[in-house]
Design a protein around this ligand. Structure first.
Ligand SMILES: Cc1ncc(COP(=O)(O)O)c(C=O)c1O
Length: 361
């Protein structure tokens, strides 16, 4: 893999471990933004339950009916308006197909690089509109961009800035654009984030696609599971185009079990909210106190830092200590003076700050 490709996404722990000559387990990965604490016993048991003979030996239900029903029930939408995917990434590819059919897409920049990858699959054109690179501490905020294009891609909260956009300010986009794609991959991690979700608007807006990921909240990035919520006709079309069994039997069984257990999910999301509030504030205040660093406010589990000098050496020295931070050179508009740090458990946040203090001294 080229350096440019490996910069495109965090979490390249296999390559980093090889490069550093250590085992993957020895790395503290703060480059990918995944919930770092162990899932509750009940969630771990759901994973164990999902790894059963039938899930491995048989083809999964082609319609993923149980999974769609569990997800639909959780969000209070008809299961026909839910399409599970092999992570949010697969559904981004299909949303890009529809965006390509509409015309040009607007991509707020800096933004998640996968939207460009997906649009390129369909030879689709896009314009990148710069987001202001300083923002307030208070969330939600008004989405600040307007453009002349047919489709627009929103990430709420935004990656990599961590800004939470208000539902009200996004709702008006539905009148302007032929297609609005809203990636809510990190929304379940934001305290009170669901209040800004566009899912309740799906019923009345066939030009809206909401994409969710379960890989971050349940720490199952390797298992892969996400879903889209959109007009049922649009989703049946995607279903008819794609590979027959994109979600493997274990991910299907896990998702069906866990999304059906509302007590379990509510408790898990509450634990995440508490962690974001306490650890998010702790990390932000300690980053702010570091010499030569500006720490930006975030509503979610990653925070951007900026300096007036390149942070590449800091990035490399942290890696030598087994700590991976997110290199921001692949984010258009950011570059080498920026790094993104994913929130960890208390001892690991302390370890990150300790090492940064030592290196920046
Ligand atoms: C904004 C955003 N959306 C979607 C994804 C992909 O999620 P998944 O692992 O479910 O494919 C990511 C992964 O980093 C992301 O940052």
């Amino acid at each position: 893999m080229s350096q440019a490709q490996s910069l495109r996404h965090g979490g390249n722990i296999a390559q980093e471990a090889k490069r550093l000559g250590i085992h993957e387990n020895e790395l503290l990965d703060a480059s990918a933004s995944i919930v770092p604490f162990n899932n509750s016993l009940a969630i771990q048991e759901s994973i164990t339950k999902a790894i059963h003979d039938i899930a491995i030996r048989c083809y999964p239900d082609r319609n993923y009916s149980d999974l769609r029903e569990s997800i639909g029930h959780w969000h209070d939408v008809n299961p026909s308006m839910v399409l599970p995917g092999n992570g949010a990434a697969e559904l981004i590819t299909w949303a890009a197909r529809d965006a390509a059919m509409c015309g040009i897409s607007t991509l707020p920049s800096p933004g998640f690089a996968d939207y460009k990858r997906a649009l390129k699959c369909w030879n689709s054109s896009y314009l990148e509109l710069p987001l202001p690179l300083s923002w307030e501490a208070k969330f939600p905020q008004l989405f600040p961009l307007q453009s002349k294009s047919e489709a627009i891609w929103i990430t709420n909260p935004h990656n990599p800035t961590g800004q939470l956009w208000s539902r009200e300010s996004l709702e008006t986009l539905l009148e302007t654009y032929k297609l609005v794609i809203c990636d809510e991959a990190f929304l379940p991690l934001v305290p009170n984030g669901e209040m800004q979700s566009l899912i309740p608007l799906i019923k009345d807006n066939t030009n809206l696609i909401v994409i969710r990921s379960l890989t971050k909240v349940f720490g199952i990035a390797g298992l892969r599971l996400g879903y889209a919520i959109a007009d049922s006709k649009r989703l049946s079309q995607w279903q008819s185009f794609r590979d027959p069994w994109p979600i493997n039997g274990i991910a299907n069984a896990f998702g069906s079990i866990v999304m059906n257990n509302h007590i379990l999910i509510k408790k898990h999301f509450q634990d995440i909210e508490n962690w974001i509030r306490t650890e998010g504030n702790w990390l932000h205040s300690h980053l702010k106190a570091l010499k030569g660093i500006i720490a930006h406010h975030s509503a979610t589990n990653f925070q951007l830092i900026q300096s007036d000098k390149p942070l590449i050496t800091l990035h490399q020295k942290m890696a030598q200590q087994g700590i991976l931070l997110r290199d921001c050179r692949s984010f258009k508009g950011l570059g080498e003076n920026w790094l993104r740090i994913s929130l960890q458990t208390k001892p690991n946040n302390q370890r990150i700050i300790r090492e940064m203090e030592r290196i920046l001294k």
